[in-house]
Design a protein around this ligand. Structure first.
Ligand code: SER
Length: 584
């Protein structure tokens, strides 16, 4: 079964079980300062898990593009991926454990044809926060899983939360027995030997974990499930790695053909990082020295180095991108739509990096020669840092090279120096997934409404071409990226501030209506992330001033905002300006 068939089967199955299909949200989350990328299907749905009404209803299904970079250094082995697709179904205060489990079982055994004898499941063992999940276990028994293949584990295995704070709850995970021999008598799903592979996770989100660690019940009982497409494709096809499936194999084979010095790890890294980079770029990401831009930069650089290591002519990159677009366009039509931009961004970045790479590699070889002479096998942090500071050689590349050549690396000093350097140059490193997605307090809600006012004011002052292309809100400020090519003049900035403050003074009512996307468009609502929305959308109207398609929430009256002040206007990337503003 091909990946596309698995995806279609999944979506159709849940559609037939009363779920509305919503499109994948972009990889780059909107209005969510706590994460760099969408890392789970539930992430764009957090407000609805907390009780906001979703325009599509209480039963939802989708396929969500996700990117996780925690294990980026592991890519090259037989399983780690940064970009992946997560299929999911949600109950937003509708069905709960029994129905979720019965549907999961039916889908796996009837739709995918998995032999029930190969399935094992795990349930939450219970602790002071929540009871042993007998309800889930009984639902599994009723569905057809015998008791001896139902395991109970604690929070480490069977509790799911995105980060430290937010909606959470016990989960039940499904495992497929690959048929490999058991590694020991104790071998069971929690073991990492590879006999059992997790294929699906049903999370029963009825709790909320606060910053102080306390766990309380949510208003409603939700179900959040996540099913990895690449992994399921690999298992159903009886392949050893995702790179052997049709998602990667045409590119893997092409790389093999082009390589003058083949090695499989490098080919996997190139194939994996190229795919992730293309997906990020198609969703509007661009390389830079901070945050998500830096993740993209890292991916392109590592890919470039491994192409080089394979001794593949870098001019082949364009053809490799063409091949990938052809390979994946049915699953991700946005790749074809953005093909030229993808090529331009990747090739420009590769060109910028190649000199540094070649130069840095030479310097690295000198370091290696010296260490060998001295009979040392550790590269100290200071050396890694110097290569970075003096030659711009990225630390992750030095670490990669060191590992490959059998050197240990002493990272503590490096980490310290690098951190100091980053703080000095204000280069934020990649934020960890901190959770707090749900950070929806009074202040962020105000900033959200202020963002709508700012957006409209910019259109009035600069023109209709001024479109939102990024928004980031914290409790301290709003940050808004928009398409406009010149620096704004002080007069323009003053005018924008004045217009926004006028609307605040008028104390305009903020109202919300649900309608179809077509109706919203007909009413002239601004909707910039249209592909994210399903048939029914929420439209927020601020007096007679602004109308935007938006998930909310917002304040009720604009006077709640106080005084609006622009602190900074700067370039964000080519053709994109950025405003930082506060409410006083
Ligand atoms: N949120 C859960 C996960 O990411 C299930 O979707 O595994």
């Amino acid at each position: 079964m091909k990946a596309i068939e698995i995806r279609n089967k999944y979506i159709n199955f849940f559609k037939a079980h009363g779920h509305k299909v919503i499109p994948s949200a972009p990889l780059i989350p909107e209005n969510d300062p706590s994460v760099l990328f969408t890392t789970a299907g539930m992430q764009p749905l957090v407000p609805y898990l907390l009780g906001e009404k979703h325009p599509a209803g209480k039963r939802i299904t989708d396929y969500q593009k996700c990117l996780r970079t925690n294990d980026i250094d592991e890519v090259g082995d037989n399983r780690h991926l940064t970009f992946f697709e997560m299929l999911g179904n949600w109950s937003l205060g509708d069905y709960f454990k029994e129905e979720a489990i019965s549907m999961s079982y039916e889908f796996l055994t009837k739709e995918l044809g998995i032999d029930p004898a190969k399935l094992s499941v795990t349930c939450f063992a219970g602790d002071e926060d929540a009871p042993k999940d007998i309800v889930a276990a009984n639902a599994w028994k009723k569905a057809g899983i015998p008791e001896e293949r139902i395991y109970f584990y604690g929070k480490d295995n069977n509790w799911w939360i995105a980060g430290e704070e937010g909606p959470c709850g016990p989960d039940t995970e499904m495992f497929l027995d690959t048929g490999k021999p058991a590694c020991s008598k104790e071998c069971q799903p929690s073991c990492n030997c590879g006999k059992y592979v997790e294929i699906w996770n049903d999370v029963f989100m009825e709790y909320y974990k606060s910053k102080d660690g306390s766990i309380t019940k949510l208003k409603q009982q939700n179900v959040d499930t996540g099913f990895g497409l690449e992994r399921m494709t690999m298992l159903l096809q009886g392949k050893e790695t995702p790179f052997d499936t049709e998602l990667f194999s045409p590119v893997m084979e092409k790389l093999k053909e082009l390589a003058k010095q083949d090695n499989i790890e490098s080919r996997r890294i190139v194939a994996e990082h190229l795919r992730s980079s293309m997906m990020i770029i198609a969703d509007g990401g661009r390389p830079s020295n901070i945050d998500r831009g830096y993740v993209l930069r890292k991916l392109i650089r590592r890919m470039t180095r491994h192409l080089n290591k394979l001794q593949i002519d870098l001019n082949e990159l364009e053809k490799l991108i063409d091949l990938y677009v052809d390979t994946l366009k049915e699953l991700y039509p946005e790749l074809e739509q953005n093909k030229n931009t993808i090529k331009e961004v990747i090739i420009t970045e590769k060109n910028k990096f190649i000199k540094t790479l070649l130069h840095g590699e030479k310097e690295f070889e000198k370091v290696v020669a010296k260490l060998k002479k001295e009979n040392k096998d550790v590269i100290d942090g200071y050396t890694i840092f110097k290569l970075y500071e003096t030659y711009g050689f990225p630390p992750e590349i030095t670490s990669d090279l060191a590992r490959e050549q059998g050197f240990k690396i002493e990272t503590s000093e490096f980490d310290k120096l690098f951190k100091e350097h980053q703080e000095k140059s204000r280069h934020g490193s990649e934020q960890k997934f901190k959770g707090g997605l749900a950070e929806q307090n009074e202040q962020t809600i105000k900033y959200h409404t202020a963002t709508h006012l700012l957006h409209k004011a910019l259109k009035i002052v600069l023109g209709e071409h001024t479109n939102q292309c990024g928004s980031n809100i914290t409790t301290e400020r709003l940050r808004f990226d928009f398409t406009h090519s010149e620096k704004m003049t002080p007069e323009q900035l003053a005018k924008v501030e004045e217009i926004v403050n006028e609307q605040i003074k008028k104390d305009l009512p903020v109202t919300c209506e649900e309608m179809t996307l077509e109706e919203a468009k007909a009413q002239g609502a601004t909707g910039l992330f249209e592909n994210k929305y399903g048939e029914n959308v929420k439209v927020y109207t601020i007096g007679d001033f602004s109308k935007e398609i938006c998930g909310g929430p917002h304040v009720k009256h604009t006077a709640e905002l106080g005084h609006f002040k622009i602190k900074k206007e700067e370039s964000s990337s080519a053709g994109v300006r950025r405003i930082k503003a506060i409410l006083e």
